[in-house]
Design a binder for this molecule. Structure first.
Ligand code: IMP
Length: 423
């Protein structure tokens, strides 16, 4: 398939990093299209473990061109640190990394504003990653953002940056926050700008030339559908469109160029941060999933909330994203369980709901209606094909497929490349 979009269909952390890594073997160009350093894509190759926040995971395969699209918010200092850390591990990447000149930049004042918003009594906490994502997108929408294209013009960059530091300092003074030292901040930014400027370009042209040349493109989403600013559990969402449409608005792709869509889904559910979670398990079973699934945030280290598979929310995500195939991850985490539950509907005020409500208050009050499935109590990480899976694991996946009305394309039963098979 020439152009594939890969998107998470839960609350993020579905294991996209690993699936992207598997799919990049066949891709020529890999594009990140939304989010920023709030994401943490983990890839394990042999004994090595990589966590990427801004750079597409495709960078780990030699010769692949990687693009940070216009819909991403880029922390220049964080990106420099990520580039240097990969270079220290022997990766050559500057010649194959491009940053969209339209991408907006994230600065320390965005991070400070994010933290203030999370801790102030004036605004309810979202449980953000405090990476400045919301404030950076707010500046973009407010038309006062600074874009990566400005990194190529130091005088213009300095003027815009100092003006913003001053404006934020005025707000911080009122809020009783520590003020930013403009000179020091500028010195750090200038150094980062020098390093990044050669990689800044019009990536819309790169993407479309590659499409026209018949190259294989892979668009990698960050977070997941239930965190989408429009379709997610608002206000407990991130500030970008995590749905497939984001690949067009944030990746420079025309809608008719999307050939194939993978929805990545964990075999159970996790969430980091605040907000509704109808199938959450706050008991020993939730703890079991957290421990076996190593459910701690790749970016913040926070323990993830864990629960059963929610077919109501996933069906909604499959519909909205026109998913062609599911990539089911972390099936092995369920290996020990005697019984597994799938949420097939919500009960709200005595009524059964088969669709995800738009009102977050309703989702908060909704009770899950479960169907019990027998566990398989057999290791699955050695499985290399569908037929290798225990019969009860096949039945569990078949039931998910039936409820979501979509086929399975890929199953992952462990963190390593080899622990994956296509169906
Ligand atoms: P923000 O994106 O940092 O503003 O955080 C908003 C919400 O999205 C919070 O609940 C975060 O925990 C969640 N979030 C952001 N990025 C990720 C991610 O990569 N994985 C899982 N949750 C995320």
């Amino acid at each position: 398939m020439a152009t594939t979009v890969l998107t998470g269909i839960q609350w993020g952390d579905e294991g996209k990093g690993k699936i992207i890594d598997v799919l990049t073997e066949k891709a020529d160009v890999i594009v990140r299209f939304q989010g920023g350093a709030n994401a943490g894509h983990t890839v394990e190759i042999g004994d090595e473990r990589f966590i990427l926040h801004l750079i597409p995971s495709g960078i780990l395969r030699a010769g692949k061109l990687c693009i940070i699209g216009n819909g991403v918010v880029v922390d220049p200092l964080g990106l420099v640190a990520e580039i240097q850390a990969l270079e220290e591990r022997g990766l050559e990447l500057r010649s194959r990394l491009q940053i969209s000149n339209r991408a907006h930049l994230v600065f320390s004042y965005h991070r400070a504003a994010d933290t203030w918003r999370e801790t102030s009594a004036a605004t309810p906490a979202i449980g953000t990653t405090r990476r400045g994502i919301g404030p950076a997108y707010a500046d973009k929408a407010n038309r006062i953002g600074i874009r990566a294209g400005d990194l190529r013009h130091p005088a213009r960059l300095e003027e815009r940056f100092r003006r913003q530091v001053e404006a934020y300092n005025q707000k911080f003074e009122v809020q009783g926050l520590e003020l930013l030292e403009a000179d020091r901040e500028w010195r750090e930014l200038r150094e980062a700008a020098e390093l990044l400027a050669p990689m800044v370009t019009d990536t819309v042209l790169t993407v479309n030339r590659a499409v026209r040349a018949g190259k294989e493109l892979l668009f990698e989403g960050a977070q997941g559908l239930w965190l989408d600013i429009d379709y997610g559990t608002y206000p407990f969402v991130t500030s970008s469109n995590t749905s497939v449409g984001g690949a067009c608005t944030g990746g420079g792709l025309g809608p008719k160029q999307v050939d194939w869509i993978y929805g990545v889904v964990k075999a159970y559910t996790t969430r980091v941060g605040e907000g509704p979670f109808p199938t959450e398990l706050t008991d020993d079973q939730g703890e079991h999933l957290r421990r076996v699934g190593k459910e701690y945030g790749a970016t913040t280290g926070r323990p993830r909330r864990c629960g059963w598979f929610d077919a109501v929310g996933c069906r909604y995500a499959v519909m909205l994203n026109s998913v062609d195939r599911l990539a089911v991850t972390k099936l092995d985490v369920l290996d020990d369980l005697a019984e597994i539950k799938i949420c097939t509907a919500y009960r709200l005020d005595g009524e059964l709901l088969s669709e995800m409500p738009a009102d977050t208050e309703d989702i908060l009050r909704a009770e899950p209606v479960y169907e019990d499935m027998p566990g398989w109590q057999h290791p699955t990480s050695q499985a290399r094909s569908w037929d290798d899976l225990p019969a009860n694991a096949q039945s569990y996946l078949e039931r998910i497929v039936e409820l979501l009305e979509v086929k399975i394309g890929l199953v992952s039963t462990g963190p390593h490349r080899c622990e994956t098979f296509f169906r």
